[in-house]
Structure formats: structure tokens, C-alpha cells
Design a protein. Structure first.
Length: 577
């Protein structure tokens, strides 16, 4: 028996469902209650990052059931499976954060292995928190199967004393408490109400940034990223996503048909104009790598440089994801970009229609409060910019959304720390001076290992009222919730002998987000002498296990911190095997 609508002879699942030799395989499917008809329909992987680790993921199981209904409605057979996540909000500020970026690769790898092992024909991927979004999309692009991505949705804002609050406020409250500006009772009241529902962090932090990317790049259905996790409308988007992937199978539209070079440029635009997370400068190159496309940190930052910032979202602005959704979401933002000639309209999307065709269907306009008209932006350059210079030859990145022009240039003496904890201790003990440039090194992908985020340190500085009075640079990363002049992704990293490894206390560092430069006042001869005297990478305690393996495999930050050669070296197509 074969599916009436689909030709199984051209789909991977034929290897497990068709012909007499596959009788043992079919017996397993009968054991799970599948009918003969369901066995011979296309098999669609429904991958989720559901777990009980954090609110980001807790609603994914429910949404997956709705996806499966959509697949079944369009004569497909869904097969649900789960993969891991590491939730940054809980991993933040301690050794657990080393697992975060490595989990992106593990998510992509485990989804790939599950799809390959069971010969699934298409993929609907649901993800909730930071690294799970790019990890899931990387798997889609790597396999190059018909794919639809679905974000699990953002958390609702908490309320305290008549104001919206988020987890960012709690991180910053730790600094206020330490500085004596908040009582323990007040801190406990805030922590109890800041996160009132399921969903990922509500500001334009990494999860919501990459959710916007999923729409802008075309892997997600229009406006599907916006509805908060508790909203029942998420189930409708989920069911529609399941139905959409069946349409893609029928039309043979695959992930790399959607994720072209032009689509990555559209994705970078949405990050810039919304003041998104600097982590996009890591994840977009990694996703492009899966398609064999050269799209590096420099390319991302070039787009950031000439994209206006006009969506007023936290942490630099006032509003959260729910507010953006209520005024029309990503489609309205993209319509404003189109007015300025800043998007490629011909890019294919998961609907089977182009970006331009989808935008033509949308009648909403910028509200002027959350989404400003592109002609009158919050600033003329993107909310995230790239920096380059003798301190970061391979580049670095900084979020400037919400920063005043006078704070875009910073010069000060280096205050060098060999790891994040040392810097956090200095903040807690106030053993630093106004005007210092914190240098946190040995936190890169290989040197960390794991390229930790520094939110605990930066939030504590902000809580002490020092967020604008010091700067911070690191070969590690920053949370999308970070505020202030905080430069991440400095490359080469210290473990690879980059200039950041050679800095000493007191070296004068200049950060210029207007010109896009990052420099240290050291001559080339002096730098060469220091390099000759460098004794090598800082020893690590991770001599075995997943983090050891990650440190051995991971590449440079500006290429996306990836762990395999990518599509350019691939000798086959999964769908053609």
C-alpha cells in the first residue's frame, strides 16, 4: 500500500515502510497502534525541547500535540520525539553555564541522528529557550528536509507595584540588594512575581531574538513567534505548522530552499532593527554554515551597521514580546524594513509563498509606540554593532540599543580577570573603580570551555548604578538581557593566543561603537614581545566528557563556534539516500 497523495518512492521513510523486506520494521509501527494507512503516509518528525528544567520549555508538549493534529489532517503521520535543553536563566552565573552553547550542538546532533535513524521525511521543530532555537533550526538546515519551526512563546510579564517586571529586573535587583538599595524582603517579593507563566524571557533577549529570526528567515509561519506561551492561539499556530510541513513535502520545498544568503540577510535585519541579542552574531553564522553559506560575524555586523533601530523592546527599550505581538509582530516590522528597501522580498517561506507575497496580505501598520515608522527610528544604526581592531582582529560585538550617544565611546584602563567568577567577586566587593574596562578572558568557546554568558556580572554592575560608568569586554558571551557598554565575542579568544590573552592591568583600552573599533594602546612590538612570553592557555578542569569534546572540536567565534565542517564538505544529501 502507498499513500494516495504522496509518492513514497522519493521519500526517506520508504526505507522503513515499503516492500516485503520491511515487514519487521512495520511490525514495530503496528506495535505502537499505527494503522496500515498511517504507516504508508509520510513520516514527520515532531521534535520538541520539552522538559521540566524551566518555564521556557514547559508548554512545548501541549503545542506538539496540536502540531500532530495538523500533520494528521493533511494525511501525514507524526512521530514525536524530544531532545535536551540547557536553560540559560538557571545555568547563569555558575559552572552550569559552560553547558549552554555546547547544548546548541547537542540539540542539532541529536535531532539529526533521530531523523536519520528513523528515516523521517520532514521536521517540525519546537523550541523554547536560547540555544534550543538555533540548535533546532541548524538541524533542519543540516538535513535539508521540508521543515517548519515553531517557537514555544514568551513568558507573560510579571507585575510589581503597578509596573511590568521581567527576570532581567531580578538579576539587576541582586546588585541593588548587594549595594544596600533593596531589602531582602523586597528582593523576595520581586523574585516571586517576575515570572508568572510558562514561556521564555519576555524581552528581546536571545530567545525572542531568534524567534524573530525564525520568521524573518522564513522557517516559521508569519506571526507565529509572537503569541505568549500561555495563549490558546499558540495551539492554532501549532496545528497550522503541522499542516504547512505537509504542503512543503508535496511541493518539495526544503530548508535550504528557504535559508538562502538573502534570507540570512533578512534575518540579520530583524535582529538589528529590534535591538536583539548579540548572540545572533554567533547563531546566524552557525546556521549559515549548515547550508554551506559563508555568512560570518563581519557580514552580520555590516548589515547591523546600516539598519535603523526602530522597535522599542527591553532591555534597551520599554516593551516585551507580548506588546510586539499585540501591534502586529514581526510581519509589521518587516513591512517597515520593506519601505526602506532593506529586505529581499523574493525569499521563500514555510507557507510556500515568498516573504513579499506574505507581507502583501498584511494590512497592519507601525503603531508608533512599540514599532516606530522606519522613517523616524529610535536611532539610524542597528541596535547591535560590530567592532574590530588590534584587540579583536577577528571582531567583537556590542548591543547599543537604548544607549545614549555620549556613551558610545569609552576609554579606560584594563582591569583584567582570568574568569567570570573573579570579575563577579570584584563587583560584589566593589574592588573596582569608575572608568575601568573589565576584561574577562578565558571564557571563549574552547577556553571556557563553553563561552559562558556574563549576565550575573553585568546585571550586578547595573544594579549598583555602575552600568554606564564602566565597560566590559570578554571572549565569552553576553545574555540578550545585558545592558551597558559590554563587548563580547572578542576574537581570537585567549585560549588561542588572541590579544585579549596578552592584556595587563592598566593597559588603556578604547571602545568606539560609532566607528566600530576596539583597540588597546600597545605598540606592535610590545604586543609581539608579550606574545613571545605567553605561556599558553589557562589549564582547565574539564579533561573528559562532553565539554572536553566540545573544546577540542569548536572553531572560532566569528565563524559561529561550530564543531563540524558543514555543508561544503558533505558528500551526500539525506533526502537522496
Amino acid at each position: 500500500m502507498t499513500s494516495q497523495r504522496f509518492d513514497k518512492s522519493k521519500l526517506p521513510s520508504r526505507h522503513v515502510t515499503e516492500g516485503p523486506a520491511r515487514a519487521p520494521h512495520r511490525s514495530y509501527y503496528y506495535a505502537m497502534g499505527m494503522t496500515e494507512e498511517e504507516i504508508h503516509q509520510p513520516l514527520v518528525g515532531v521534535a520538541t525541547c520539552w522538559n521540566e528544567a524551566a518555564p521556557c520549555n514547559i508548554a512545548l508538549n501541549r503545542q506538539a500535540q496540536a502540531v500532530k493534529m495538523g500533520v494528521k489532517r493533511e494525511f501525514g503521520t507524526p512521530r514525536e520525539f524530544t531532545t535536551i535543553t540547557v536553560t540559560d536563566g538557571i545555568a547563569m552565573g555558575h559552572e552550569g553555564m559552560r553547558s549552554s552553547l555546547a547544548s546548541r550542538e547537542a540539540i542539532a546532533d541529536t535531532v539529526e541522528l533521530t531523523m536519520r535513524g528513523h528515516c523521517y521525511d520532514a521536521l517540525v521543530g519546537l523550541a523554547g529557550c536560547d540555544k534550543s532555537l538555533p540548535g533546532m533550526m541548524m538541524a533542519m538546515i543540516r538535513l535539508n528536509v521540508p521543515s517548519v519551526f515553531l517557537y514555544g512563546g514568551s513568558i507573560l510579564p510579571g507585575r510589581l507595584n503597578g509596573k511590568d517586571v521581567t527576570v532581567q529586573d531580578v538579576f539587576e535587583a541582586v546588585g541593588q540588594h548587594q549595594a544596600g538599595n533593596m531589602t531582602t524582603c523586597e528582593l523576595e517579593k520581586l523574585e516571586a512575581v517576575a515570572c508568572p507563566s510558562a514561556g521564555a524571557c519576555g524581552g528581546q533577549f536571545t530567545a525572542n531574538t531568534m524567534a524573530c529570526v525564525s520568521e524573518a528567515i522564513g522557517l516559521a509561519l508569519p506571526n507565529s513567534a509572537g503569541a505568549p506561551a500561555p495563549y490558546e492561539s499558540r495551539d492554532a499556530y501549532a496545528e497550522a505548522s503541522g499542516a504547512a510541513v505537509m504542503n512543503l513535502i508535496e511541493k518539495n520545498i526544503r530548508a535550504r530552499d528557504i535559508c538562502t544568503r538573502e534570507a540570512f540577510e533578512n534575518a540579520a535585519r530583524i535582529v538589528a532593527c529590534t535591538g536583539g541579542s548579540t548572540n545572533a552574531g554567533l547563531h546566524l553564522p552557525a546556521m549559515a554554515h549548515e547550508a554551506g553559506i559563508d555568512f560570518f560575524l563581519d557580514d552580520v555586523c555590516e548589515i547591523f551597521r546600516d539598519t535603523p533601530y526602530f522597535v522599542d523592546l527591553k532591555p534597551g527599550g520599554q516593551y516585551v514580546a507580548k506588546d510586539l505581538y499585540e501591534v502586529g509582530g514581526v510581519p509589521v516590522v518587516m513591512k517597515e524594513l520593506r519601505k526602506a528597501g532593506l529586505i529581499h522580498e523574493d525569499c521563500m517561506t514555510a507557507t510556500g509563498y515568498s516573504i513579499g507575497e506574505e507581507l502583501d496580505k498584511n494590512t497592519l501598520e507601525a503603531d508608533g509606540r512599540v514599532i516606530y515608522p522606519v522613517e523616524t527610528p529610535l536611532s539610524k544604526t542597528g541596535g547591535v554593532v560590530g567592532l574590530k581592531g588590534n584587540l579583536a582582529p577577528e571582531g567583537a560585538i556590542v548591543k547599543i540599543a537604548g544607549m545614549e550617544p555620549q556613551h558610545l565611546l569609552f576609554t579606560g584602563p584594563a582591569r583584567v580577570f582570568e574568569c567570570e567568577q573573579d570579575a563577579f567577586d570584584a563587583v560584589q566587593n566593589r574592588t573596582y573603580e569608575e572608568g575601568d574596562v573589565f576584561v574577562i578572558r578565558n571564557e571563549g568557546p574552547a577556553g571556557g570551555p563553553g563561552m559562558r554568558e556574563m549576565l550575573a556580572t553585568t546585571a550586578a554592575l547595573s544594579g549598583q548604578g555602575m552600568g554606564k560608568k564602566v565597560a566590559l569586554i570578554t571572549d565569552g558571551r553576553f545574555s540578550g538581557a545585558t545592558r551597558g557598554f559590554c563587548v563580547g565575542h572578542v576574537g581570537p579568544e585567549a585560549a588561542h593566543g588572541g590579544p585579549i590573552a596578552l592584556l595587563k592591568d592598566g593597559d588603556m583600552i578604547t571602545l568606539n561603537a560609532i566607528e566600530g573599533t576596539i583597540s588597546v594602546d600597545i605598540s606592535e612590538d610590545e604586543m609581539a614581545e608579550r606574545k613571545a612570553a605567553w605561556t599558553g592557555p589557562r589549564p582547565t578542569i574539564y579533561g573528559a566528557g562532553a565539554l572536553w569534546k566540545y573544546a577540542k572540536l569548536v572553531g572560532p567565534t566569528y565563524l559561529g563556534a561550530v564543531t563540524h565542517p558543514g555543508a561544503k564538505d558533505e558528500g551526500h544529501e539525506y533526502m537522496a539516500l
